[in-house]
Design a protein around this ligand. Structure first.
Ligand SMILES: [Fe+2]
Length: 307
């Protein structure tokens, strides 16, 4: 496909959403709201690693100790009421309608350099679509680096496969089972990661890939249906980033979103999303419309504090 990349689009967000559902990427310059969000995340990270510099701490700590520092840091950031308030402000600043926008919990990620930690809390994502993991086709992903990054610590987009299927085993993925088992185990995986995740089952055309580089508190905004992966970090410094996902209720009601070329998981992640203005849950009748089976004895909602 030919992929459009919008830099600081002047479009109203409704129009931008339609472009993103058609495979475009948007790169947003740092703005006061995302700067405040990133400053807050950096503050928590720096406090956790003190007196070490978080970017180089991996060279001074045994990997088990690094995991011990990171594991509590993630839920602390995710659940802090200040985080939610900052996120809401960052979305309002971009012109999103907070009454129609639903938001999941933000994630804090660390990708170490040189293969120091590649599993569990530091998992470097293999090529995947979020929609293989039961995300709705209307999902938008927001990714923000917390410190300077470059193409060797980026997210790679394999845009050849935007509209071309990749053979994959998402048909064996059950979101409720994953919530109940796979996620809670993340911190236990230090040297290898054996959690069952949907993957390509045949070679995909991964190159050329697009690797957007944005400044700290800048945003890479993209459809969760893009095939994307974590670039193996070779910078010598740990890459810290935050990401979160939004979905617009009007897209769900009107059936808008990215085309589904090869995603076949069971269950839906829609229950994880809460209305941006007041944290109201996703209406159950909307969830029901997207709920494709899944093991009801598992966990319907992702509860990161269980991790
Ligand atoms: Fe992803």
């Amino acid at each position: 496909m030919s992929a459009a990349v919008h830099l600081d689009p002047a479009l109203p967000f409704d129009a931008l959403r339609a472009r993103l559902h058609a495979g475009a990427l948007a790169l947003l310059s740092p703005a006061p709201g995302t700067r405040a969000l990133c400053a807050w995340a950096r503050e928590l990270i720096e406090a956790a690693f003190a007196p070490l510099d978080p970017l180089t701490a991996q060279h001074h700590l045994p990997v088990e100790r690094f995991v011990e520092v990171c594991a509590p840091l993630k839920p602390r950031f995710i659940h802090h009421p200040h985080t939610r308030a900052l996120l809401r402000a960052a979305l309002a600043e971009r012109g999103l309608d907070l009454e129609a926008t639903y938001l999941d919990v933000p994630r804090l990620r660390m990708v170490t350099s040189g293969g120091y930690l590649t599993a569990g809390v530091g998992y470097a994502h293999h090529p995947h679509r979020d929609t293989w993991y039961s995300a709705p086709m209307a999902q938008l992903n927001w990714w923000l680096p917390l410190w300077e990054m470059d193409e060797a610590s980026a997210v790679a987009f394999h845009s050849h496969h935007w509209d071309r299927p990749v053979a994959n085993d998402s048909g064996e993925f059950d979101y409720y089972e994953w919530n109940a088992v796979g996620r809670a185990e993340a911190a236990r995986h230090v040297t290898s990661d054996t959690r069952k995740q949907p993957r390509p089952t045949a070679p995909a055309l991964l190159e050329p890939s697009l690797r957007p580089v944005v400044p700290p508190a800048g945003v890479v905004l993209f459809s969760g249906a893009h095939l994307h992966s974590t670039v193996p970090n070779t910078t010598g410094r740990t890459r810290f980033s935050i990401d979160f996902r939004t979905v617009d209720l009007r897209d769900l009601l009107e059936g808008r979103g990215a085309p589904n070329v090869d995603s076949a998981p069971r269950g839906t992640s829609l229950r994880d999303f809460r209305r941006a203005c007041d944290d109201a849950p996703m209406p159950p009748e909307v969830v029901a419309r997207f709920d494709t089976g899944g093991d009801r004895t598992g966990a319907l909602v992702y509860r990161p504090d269980a991790a």
